[in-house]
Design a protein around this ligand. Structure first.
Ligand code: ZN
Length: 191
């Protein structure tokens, strides 16, 4: 658990240190709000992927490729503790007919995103968790994100988007499987 009072004290000190007045009307409750916000934004450390996924894996007859596209992602870069945000696309092929319940992949993404992260590591952790939890034949994860640390600081790179990918198992070994994944992700929406 985050010691909220301790974090509030630290934020109060930070406010003073940057030359602001923590007693000013608009800032009086800021340390409290920031402490609560950070507790939420880093709550992923306390969650266990096994417990989160448990019970939300279903059996189906075939082992077709499953795609979850455009999962919103919000995380904090570990270098600046500023947000990066974008979209995550996941594809996998099950081995034993095991598939995830629809909302579980999004919960899994949130769990790893609510930590101090590098986009590369986040991408890989999601792929690894999908792979391991259903013993998948293969997994592919792509994240496209904007980093506020690049957009807000110094040289403006407002439109830069960073793309990272992680491919495991058959997505790594088979060019055809990887291409099918990429084609499904890039396919225009039907509705
Ligand atoms: Zn950064």
């Amino acid at each position: 658990m985050v010691d909220r009072q301790k974090v509030e004290k630290l934020i109060r000190e930070l406010i003073i240190e940057i030359g602001e007045d923590p007693e000013r009307e608009g800032l009086r409750k800021t340390p409290e709000r920031v402490a609560a916000t950070y507790e939420f934004l880093t709550s992923g450390y306390k969650e266990d992927p096994k417990r989160l996924i448990n019970g939300a894996i279903f059996k189906q007859e075939t082992n077709n490729m499953v795609i979850a596209r455009d999962i919103e992602i919000y995380s904090l870069c570990e270098h600046h503790m500023l947000p990066f945000f974008g979209r995550c696309h996941i594809g996998y092929i099950s081995r034993e007919g095991k598939v995830f319940g629809v909302s579980k992949l999004a919960r899994l993404v949130d769990m790893y995103a609510r930590r101090l992260q590098l986009q590369e590591r986040l991408t890989h952790q999601i792929a690894r968790a999908v792979m391991d939890s259903i013993n998948a034949e293969g997994v592919g994860v792509i994240i496209e994100a904007h980093h506020l640390c690049m957009m807000m600081r110094g040289v403006s790179k407002q439109n830069s988007m960073m793309t990272t990918s992680s491919v495991l198992g058959s997505f790594h070994e088979s060019v055809a499987t990887r291409n099918e994944f990429l084609a499904l992700i890039n396919r225009p929406r039907i509705m």
